[in-house]
Structures are given as C-alpha cells and as structure tokens.
Write a protein that binds this ligand. Structure first.
Ligand SMILES: Cc1cc2nc3c(=O)[nH]c(=O)nc-3n(C[C@H](O)[C@H](O)[C@H](O)COP(=O)(O)OP(=O)(O)OC[C@H]3O[C@@H](n4cnc5c(N)ncnc54)[C@H](O)[C@@H]3O)c2cc1C
Length: 339
C-alpha cells in the first residue's frame, strides 16, 4: 500500500492525500483518485478520437451474425445457443453505433448489454475473449476480490453475513471413480480427463493430471505400457489414487497431510525418485539422467567413506560439546555421529 511521508494513503498519480479526494481506488501497488481517472479518461477519448480520424480504428466492418458465429466456431466447441445470441448482440451493437446520428432511419436499435451467466469452467471467458479477438479490442479480466480486499466496497464488507460457505464443487464434474489410474475413462476408450473436470481445484492439481493424461495418451498411441505413479513415489500418485478410489465431494486439493509417505516425498530427492521413471519413457534426456546417476554414485561414495572413517574422542568431543550432544568414549566410525 502506498503511503505519503505523513503516513497517509495518497493517489499514486497526482499525489493528493486521502482527505483531499472523494475516492481512492486501490490497485495492486498503488491508488488512483477520481480526478486522475477523469483525466485518464479524457486522454483515452482524445487518443481514440485521433485514431478514428486517422482511420486506424472505428471504421470496423462488422460482419453478419452468421460470419461472427463461424468465427466463434473455430475456437469454441459446442455452446451453440450462446454463440448465436452473442453473434446477433455484437452485430446489433455495431450496427447501432455505426448508425449516423443524423440518420432519419425509422428503425431504432435499442442499446443492449450481454450478461453471460454460467458455472465456473463453462467457457464464458473464452466466448468474451474470442469476440475481443474478432473485434481487435483489448480484453481485460478484473478480479472483484481485489477491490474487496482493498476496501473499495468499504464498510459493506464488515457487515457481510455468511449465508452459505462457498467452498463446494459448484461446477459440473465427472465422478473421478470412473477413471483408471492412467486418467483414461473406464467407459470410453482413449478418452482421458484431467483437471477441474475431475472435481479438483488448483493450478498444480490440473497441471499434474494433464501431464499424466498426456503421457498415457501418448503411451497408448505408441502401444506402450501405461505410466502410473504410486502413492510412495509422488504426490501425483496420491492425488490420482485418492480421486479414483475415494472420489471427492468438495473441490479436491493436494495437501501434504494426505500423503502417508510424505517424509519420503521431498523436493530434495525428487530427481532421484522421478528422473529414472521419466527417462524410461523418453521424457528426461540422457544428460539429465547422467547428472542424477553422478549425484547418486557420489552419495554412495560419501557414505562408504564416512562408514570407514574412524574418529577419536579427543578430536570430536569438543565439537559435540559445543553442539550440546552426547560425547563418545571410544573411537567409532563417523557415520553414526553424522546421523
Ligand atoms: C477466480 C479464480 C481464482 C483462482 N485462484 C487460484 C489460485 O490462486 N491458485 C490455484 O492453484 N488455483 C486457483 N484457481 C483454480 C484454478 O484456476 C483451476 O482449478 C484450474 O485452472 C483448472 O484447470 P483446468 O485446466 O481443469 O480448467 P480451466 O483452466 O478452466 O480450463 C478449461 C478450458 O476449457 C475451455 N473451454 C470450456 N468450454 C469449452 C468449449 N466448449 N470449447 C472449447 N474450449 C472450452 C475454457 O475456455 C478453458 O480454457 C482459481 C480459480 C478461479 C476461478
């Protein structure tokens, strides 16, 4: 949060303090006041008008609804009804704004807005994004929670009453018990599911399933063995095993506490655990495998050395004393001490 020297929040553009303006809207790293918003708006208007005069924008040849729909079809699978409605709405909008103001046209096209309502993951953003691509206009997603956290809605938040907790699967998903360990569906051969469609939430959860589904789809095509990670080999193994054996009634997240082998599943041994498996199916290259083998043989050598190295009490006890550890009475190998 940006504060002035007096410790007061101020506009990051004009420097006015909180008490000199009516409203200060918070962004990720600063604030903006209503005066600067208006000023910025004027600049955009001016710039946009200039571009119109230059003929770079504004003279958009809007296509017929059917052509808009055909464009959407290239990017969006299904959603036919939504695509049709959107195509007509966009066409009408441009027809209306391109209508000369002096026009004596008897037909008046009403201003209309399009509101897309649907559960998470149904493709609303993709529809809007694709329309923006067609029209060559900027597309921005604003997360309402930013405003909430910054106090934009102010006191209302303090008065909020929780009517119902939101953390439940509110989106359509397929029960993951219908999947094999490879993430191929039991019912339809060669159909693999990964991510939110399996009732999970989270980037990593989606990404790791995508990886496993992708690997297995490729193994299938090449008629090779399925690639499955077990619960003791990787968190991915825990996640997939949990999903397909227990299913989930809330958005599944991978917690370390879900893994009974969590003390073995460490970041510092991930290369030892997984590189050989990855190399086996042609993902990790030879150089990477070689580096892991080198590390492993170095480790073995070091253990052997420590096992054979005998240490004398007079040499090691001062160190043990400073570390407040038990002292030794006779010469022993250094390995138990290191442990
Ligand atoms: C506001 C918000 C904040 C989040 N924050 C976090 C976070 O901080 N950390 C975190 O780990 N997770 C977060 N998540 C959850 C995370 O984003 C999702 O769980 C994850 O992205 C799901 O990945 P996915 O690939 O399964 O689905 P998606 O990312 O939803 O991918 C599905 C894709 O399919 C496309 N699609 C849908 N219908 C069609 C169609 N008919 N034709 C063609 N394409 C179609 C969609 O456009 C989309 O690109 C957040 C989710 C939301 C909504």
């Amino acid at each position: 949060m940006k504060m002035s020297k007096s410790g007061m929040i101020h506009c990051s553009f004009c420097g006015r303090n909180r008490d000199e303006v009516k409203i200060l809207i918070a962004g990720q790293e600063g604030h903006i006041c209503e005066n600067c918003i208006e000023h910025a708006h004027e600049i955009i208007d001016k710039e946009f008008h200039q571009k119109k005069v230059d003929g770079k924008a504004g003279d958009l040849k809007i296509q017929k609804p059917i052509a808009i729909k055909t464009f959407l079809d290239q990017y969006i699978i299904g959603q036919d009804e939504a695509k049709k409605i959107l195509s007509v709405a966009v066409y009408n909008h441009f027809k209306r704004i391109n209508l000369p103001s002096s026009s004596k046209n008897e037909v008046e096209i009403e201003k209309s807005n399009v509101i897309m309502i649907g559960e998470t993951g149904t493709g609303k953003t993709l529809l809007a994004k694709t329309i923006a691509k067609l029209l060559n206009v900027p597309f921005a997603i604003v997360d309402a929670t930013v405003f909430t956290e910054a106090g934009y809605v102010g006191e209302d938040v303090e008065d909020a009453k929780i009517a119902r907790y939101g953390y439940a699967i509110e989106y359509d998903y397929f029960p993951p018990t219908q999947l094999k360990l490879t993430l191929e569906t039991h019912l339809i051969e060669n159909l693999f599911f990964a991510g939110q469609i399996n009732g999970t939430t989270g980037y990593e959860e989606a990404a790791c399933q995508g990886l496993i589904a992708g690997i297995n789809a490729a193994q299938n095509v090449k008629e090779k063995e399925p690639f499955v990670l077990t619960r003791s080999e990787a968190y991915i193994g825990v996640l997939i095993d949990d999903l397909i054996t227990k299913s989930t009634d809330e958005p599944y997240r991978m917690f370390t506490s879900r893994a009974e082998y969590r003390t073995l599943l460490r970041q510092d041994n991930a290369d030892e655990r997984l590189t050989p498996l990855s190399h086996n199916i042609g993902l990790a290259n030879d150089e990477r495998m070689f580096l892991v083998e080198q590390k492993l043989s170095g480790k073995q050598e070091m253990l052997k050395y420590l096992n054979n190295l005998s240490v004398d009490p007079s040499a090691v006890n001062p160190v043990l004393t400073s570390l407040r550890l038990l002292l030794i009475a006779i010469s022993i190998t250094s390995f138990p001490i290191m442990k």
